[in-house]
Ligand binder design. Structure first.
Ligand code: HEM
Length: 445
């Protein structure tokens, strides 16, 4: 498999001198270059940084509730817009204001397809994992792989064009791509590295965050019995005249447990993301693991271990309530492994956790989320096992009902939504680079 990784890395690079092992943090081998990318990513979305993003993240989250009031049937698109907009502001200082934006309709769709194909042993090119001898055959035997890599190169061009546009518009503006351009000479960053670092915000951070919110919605439909308790807490701590804020967090114990259970119940990176590999020979529990062997953490299995999580398919926030009989000791304080582990642990964990908390708390406060009704007024069942089939997964499309919990709450959602739109207007703006790219691609297609 290592052979295949090297092959793809060489093919990915348009610079003939660029025979470094990979240009993207997510798939890069561990080493000096990986450390540089990891450091730069932390400068953008590390734990210290993400608190600075709370204000606009909260505003974008207020717009989910506001948008769902007007078009509840498009709830998935509203989640996707929110997640894409947050990382777009961080990266490029430009928000994604519409669910029609090509960042959502095209880029995120490509990411989902990539996650679907990127399952070890499932389909070409990951069949190399199942049949390693294939990796030794001439690349000319697999012409279609180059088509895929060409597409990936176009993705890089796209993110580089967006980064350059943001930088040229205002090089002093505080945003991630401006920091990358500032660091370019120090780390000798090639343009395609800037593109991949900036593109990772969408690639690693957008589909994962929105899929988690879809899972949350499915859990509400499938397990309505958990809702009254969380409403009692939210009504007591927050009330009806404003939505939850981060300041409420210490008092929202059951809501926080609810969020943790969302992360555990159907973790989006179900096999822990990309495979890891030991950098030297290793031994574990009597097993010899040669250097470079792919190892994959089975998050599904960890989160479905009856010992730690009895009746694991039941959505039960009580697992995370300290004094509950359903609580069990888990090796980590958080009680889940949703973001991976070790030195490759998710770089955007802090951003994802704070955004998921504020959005789940707000959605629970705002709505009763239930199964949809058919024409006879009967509830349409949901299937908690009907998920997409990929490295990152999400529920297959399902219909549901959002009912605002009171007229006071409706008024607060509308007031806060209008205010959020005003506050976010500083990030509004068109992108010529995006228009050009999608027009060009349509012509080519
Ligand atoms: C609910 C949302 C998210 C989940 C469940 C998630 C999960 C994961 C997982 C399981 C990994 C692999 C960890 C490992 O190999 O051990 C990962 C890696 C990564 N994630 Fe996330 N992630 C989320 C959101 C984000 C966000 C918002 C960003 C950035 C904006 C991000 C950036 C990254 C990056 C850059 C890596 C690669 C790190 C490396 O290989 O060094 N993720 N994520």
């Amino acid at each position: 498999m290592v052979v295949f990784a090297e092959l793809t890395d060489m093919q990915q690079s348009s610079d003939p001198n660029a025979k470094v092992p990979g240009t993207n943090l997510v798939t890069m081998f561990y080493g000096e270059r990986w450390r540089v990318h990891r450091k730069l990513t932390h400068q953008g979305v590390g734990l210290q940084q993400v608190r600075r993003y709370r204000e606009f993240q909260n505003d974008e989250s207020k717009l989910i509730a506001y948008d769902i009031l007007r078009s509840p049937e498009q709830y998935v698109a509203h989640y996707e817009r929110y997640a894409a907009s947050v990382v777009s502001i961080i990266g490029f200082n430009r928000r994604v204001s519409s669910i029609e934006d090509p960042i959502i309709t095209e880029v995120i769709a490509v990411m989902q397809k990539a996650a679907e194909l990127n399952v070890p042993g499932k389909e070409f090119p990951m069949l190399f994992e199942t049949f390693p001898w294939m990796a030794r055959l001439s690349p000319s035997l697999f012409p279609w792989i180059f088509k895929g890599l060409g597409r990936r190169r176009r993705g890089r061009d796209f993110f580089y064009a967006l980064a350059k546009e943001a930088h040229e518009k205002d090089p002093d503006q505080s945003c991630y791509v401006n920091d990358l351009f500032k660091e370019q000479p120090k780390y000798n960053l090639r343009n395609q590295e800037i593109a991949s670092l900036a593109g990772n915000l969408f690639g690693a951070g957008s589909d994962t965050s929105s899929s988690t919110l879809i899972t949350f919605t499915l859990a509400c439909c499938a397990f309505p019995e958990v809702l009254p308790r969380v409403w009692e807490e939210l009504d007591r701590v927050v009330g009806a005249h404003r939505s939850p804020s981060w300041e409420d967090e210490p008092e929202l114990l059951y809501t926080k447990a609810f969020v943790r259970e969302v992360f555990r119940w159907r973790s989006v990176a179900i096999i822990g993301g990309q495979p890891h590999a030991p950098i030297s020979d290793d031994e574990w529990n009597g097993y010899f693991i040669p250097k470079g062997t792919w190892t994959q953490g089975n998050v599904w299995s960890i989160h479905h271990n009856e010992k730690d999580f009895p009746d694991p398919d039941r959505f039960n926030p009580d697992r995370y309530m300290k004094d509950s009989p359903d609580a069990r000791r888990f090796p980590t304080d958080k009680g889940y492994m949703t973001f991976g582990w070790g030195r490759r642990v998710c770089s955007g964990q802090g951003l994802a956790e704070q955004g998921t908390f504020i959005t789940v708390a707000r959605m629970l406060w705002a709505f009763n989320i239930q199964k949809a009704l058919d024409e006879q007024g009967k509830e349409i069942p949901v299937d908690i096992f009907s998920y997409t089939d990929g490295l990152n997964w999400r529920p297959q499309p399902f219909k549901c009902r959002f009912t605002v919990r009171s007229p006071e709450i409706r008024a607060a959602i509308e007031r806060e939504g209008r205010q959020a739109l005003q506050d976010l207007s500083e990030y509004d703006g068109e992108s010529d680079a995006m228009d050009r790219f999608f027009k060009h691609n349509k012509q080519e297609a």
